[in-house]
Design a protein around this ligand. Structure first.
Ligand code: ADP
Length: 244
């Protein structure tokens, strides 16, 4: 699409959403037979598969940690996931996304329970439409739970940004391309921010508003993630205890 004159008309975005609305989202937990845990997610135009293996033995062995498990995260975009063919294999962007996504999830995994082992998370972007890193984190979080990996809570993620001078939730591809800022955020159930990156510029006031909006978006995502697990496993029994 060529640059549209406006990204917002009469308070509505070009795809019909208001400033506070997420795109349509659909989670499905436990879709892969061979993985220990998995999740398929449609997040607007993004289609994402997450697979989790472990806790399992670490190879190569020199990577083992004697006191805790290590978490590894590989984000990969399929060659057919974007309009022009994407060159297969890791690149600077996917290495960065893998690192920040691992950090976003590592904080909730109870790594000390599994010394010398690894929890491997694979995220495949089958179709990309802006916000793939946050989509990956949401799917990976459900896949970790599906694999039975002990966690303090789930992690939810969404992006916020600025288009036509207004702060809005969950940018789509055109808004990401032609907007003024994009801010992916991940939050755990205790309200701790585990990922916060920013492209573009926001004033301090806009940043505060954007962060609040993202946290609200993450709360909605958290409900959907729980729902996906309830659909697979029945009613959830335990809620995480409040931290002292
Ligand atoms: P995120 O997907 O987390 O928003 P970026 O802001 O880096 O990450 O990318 C925004 C969007 O740009 C992606 O979701 C994807 O649609 C598109 N994109 C990213 N990398 C490529 C690429 N190599 N070729 C074509 N499109 C890409």
């Amino acid at each position: 699409m060529t640059k549209p004159e406006k990204l917002m008309i009469d308070g509505k975005r070009l795809d019909g959403r208001g400033p506070n609305e997420l795109r349509p989202i659909k989670f499905k937990a436990g879709v892969l037979k061979r993985a220990d845990g998995s999740c398929y997610l449609e997040f607007g135009g993004n289609k994402v598969m997450a697979a989790v293996y472990g806790p399992r033995e670490v190879h190569p062995r020199h990577l083992q940690n004697a006191s805790r498990a290590i978490v590894r995260y590989r984000y990969n975009m399929a060659a057919f996931s974007v309009e022009e063919r994407k060159r297969p294999g890791p690149d600077r962007r996917s290495i960065e996304i893998s690192k920040v996504s691992r950090e976003a999830l590592e904080s909730v995994v109870l790594e000390e329970l599994y010394p010398r082992s690894a929890v491997d998370i694979f995220v495949e972007i089958l179709q990309a439409d802006a916000g793939t890193r946050v989509a990956g984190i949401n799917a990976a979080s459900v896949a970790l739970a599906d694999a039975g990996i002990p966690m303090r809570c789930l992690v939810s993620a969404c992006s916020v940004g600025k288009i036509d001078g207004e702060v809005v939730l969950d940018l789509n591809k055109d808004e990401d391309n032609y907007g003024q800022a994009d801010l992916p955020v991940a939050v755990n159930q205790f309200g701790e921010v585990t990922l916060c990156q920013m492209d573009g510029h926001l004033t301090e006031e806009e940043f505060g508003k954007a962060l609040d909006m993202a946290v609200d978006g993450c709360k909605k995502l958290h409900e959907m993630q729980k729902q996906a697990l309830v659909e697979k496993y029945g009613t959830m029994v335990a809620q995480p205890a409040e931290e002292e």
